[in-house]
Write a protein that binds this ligand. Structure first.
Ligand SMILES: [Zn+2]
Length: 135
């Protein structure tokens, strides 16, 4: 039996998901004014150019916001689930929403430094973040 789940992609998001397959964080970027764009879309919100390219980010980020879904509110996993709004250091308000791994909720703080890691959802690599030692 095959698992039918795969990420929904369209023309704008395909590069992002193809990057995930190779465990690379590929973010859309305006070819004219160099503004990073995420979620990806076909027109730059800064200069209205449709000259959109895709570049790899290193995933160095900080906590912009986060939410905790307590284990008791979930069906199966035995641990609290943290979803983080990771603001990439490449640009202010360039935010990737992902699960956070390797930390308990009381270890997470606003602006805490993050680094990219990879997890898997039904056989597909997906980006996650973990705390990065400051410095
Ligand atoms: Zn632009």
């Amino acid at each position: 039996m095959t698992d039918a789940w795969s990420p929904m992609t369209n023309y704008d998001t395909r590069s992002y998901w193809e990057g995930c397959r190779e465990k690379k964080l590929i973010i859309a970027r305006c070819g004219d004014c160099r503004y990073w764009i995420h979620p990806p879309r076909g027109v730059c919100p800064k200069c209205w150019s449709d000259n959109i390219g895709y570049e790899e980010c290193d995933g160095v980020a900080k906590v912009y916001s986060y939410v905790v879904l307590p284990a008791a509110r979930q069906d199966n996993s035995g641990s609290d689930r943290i979803t983080v709004w990771a603001e990439l250091n490449d640009q202010e308000r360039l935010i990737v929403v992902a699960d956070m791994v390797g930390s308990a909720p009381n270890e997470v703080a606003m602006e805490a430094p993050l680094e990219l890691a990879w997890s898997e959802y039904r056989g597909h690599p997906v980006p996650v973040f973990k705390l990065r030692a400051a410095g």
